[in-house]
Design a binder for this molecule. Sequence first.
Ligand code: HSE
Length: 445
Amino acid sequence: MKKQPICLAILGLGTVGTGVVQLLESNLGEITRRTGREVKITHVGTRRQRDDIDKTINQSADLMNIVTQDDVDIVIEVMGGTTTAKDVIIHAIKHGKHVVTANKALLAEHGNEIFALADEHNVKVAYEASVAGGIPIIKVVREALSANKIDWLAGIINGTGNFILTEMREKGRAFDDVLAEAQALGYAEADPTFDVEGIDAAHKLTLLASIAFGIPLQFDKVYCEGITKITTQDVKYAEELGYRIKHLGFAVRRQLANGEEGIELRVHPTLIPDDELLANVNGVKNAVLVDAHPVGQTMYYGAGAGAGATASAVMADVMDLVRALSCPSAETANSNLVPHLAFLPQNLDNTRILSADEMISGYYLRVQVKDDVGVLAKITQILSKSDISIDAILQKPAHELGEVPVIIMVDPVMERNMNEAITKIEALDSVVDSVIRIRLDELIE
Ligand code: HSE
């Protein structure tokens, strides 16, 4: 007997929703050839009626009603936001619908509650599209690397931010001009401050850290710095020293002095060696480097934003669910799927997330000083008294004001010590401005 088609409801017809509709039109043959089951869109949730949508698809703005319909098996939430989207997803779960979402903000902030509810109702909330666009990084970390102990991961996980930094470095373009282009291309969030202040990357890092380490989602504990203070001057000095500035998210598991483990969750601009693969990930591309035992370092690269890339990830999740729904017993199939956060919910642990003060990183410091005799010695003395080891110093010639920028790169140090040393350096008479500091990481295995 021929099986019934699996019916989809798409909530939101913006960049991603439209991309999913187009992908289904263009690749339906390939998709069906892989799953052996027909899929069709039965409903779309949209505020405005669209003429370009197949007339057999029901269009409605009543999202709560759509997700209760009998001819909906999977709800695809691609409208974003953390209020209506949350209510609708919860409603869908309570009505026994599986959910596919690209909503990293919602999951990072409310995922613990949403996943628990989904488990209770024996449905899945799939979220490949929420991190790194078209790169199947959730599947990789959650499934392909599942036999490993993951020590750390570092990723360029915001396409808009990477696009801006790349254009600034390669073409000397102004920040606002590049951001406007990223918005026009559909890369940026509805509120682009999420991209440039690092919040979007922090949402994604929250998800990656949970599935890497088996910890609950803890967005509120991510240290977050954006790219708005990066100047072309620092980009140039970094290049002279053999580094590139990238906006990276780090999730790092560390052994503490007391024998316990701690986890660093941080998002910030970072100098990395210019011959590292990550340093050469440009434009809207994303990449995630994972350091795990015993596999070693592996890296994943691809388009981090945009309609086609995100739709690709959404449909891969849909296809997983189509396979599960096609098992003789959907309930058995569901219980065999990988846990939402990779580890069994009862096995998630409460490893402490370290405070910013306790984080360890190398640093690039730019100190603007008067060209006085002995100033460099005073700075290096402060650093050595704080047990901070200098890796390189670059002093530029004095300009007409008699001031010079001194660039100092230091080896990894605890942030608390770095802050104390910076306060002392800023108190020197010859230091004329606040010290610019950017973290630095050699990405060593
Ligand atoms: N605004 C996001 C980015 C979209 O630029 O990466 C993809 O999550």
